[in-house]
Design a protein around this ligand. Structure first.
Ligand SMILES: [Zn+2]
Length: 100
């Protein structure tokens, strides 16, 4: 049975315990417990301009692949709007164009 406790990725809502790499990485290669390896790598989002519906689709596919029950999947995707990535941000943290 899937444990729904513990930290979840603040981008896709998937429990960190389901991340085979145990979390994303910062620029210096250290692990972050805030985002999973599917969302965050080397200090930046893997899909920087993904929309919430697109993210929900990806999470659905990923979790069904992991044989998570549809009920649990719905719970995880339903929590997306409350996650750090999708909450309204203060102006100084607004979207910025990626610099080359
Ligand atoms: Zn994630």
């Amino acid at each position: 049975m899937l444990s729904m406790g513990g930290p979840v990725c603040q981008s896709c809502g998937v429990p960190m315990s389901l991340d085979e790499r145990g979390g994303g990485t910062e620029v210096d290669g250290t692990r972050t417990r805030e985002y999973c390896s599917h969302c965050y790598a080397r200090g930046q989002f893997v899909h920087p301009i993904i929309t919430m519906p697109q993210m929900i689709q990806k999470v659905n596919a990923r979790l069904l692949d992991l044989h998570v029950s549809p009920g649990s999947v719905a719970k995880i995707t339903g929590a997306l709007p409350s996650l750090k990535r999708w909450r309204p941000k203060p102006p100084e943290e607004g979207p910025t164009a990626p610099s080359p």
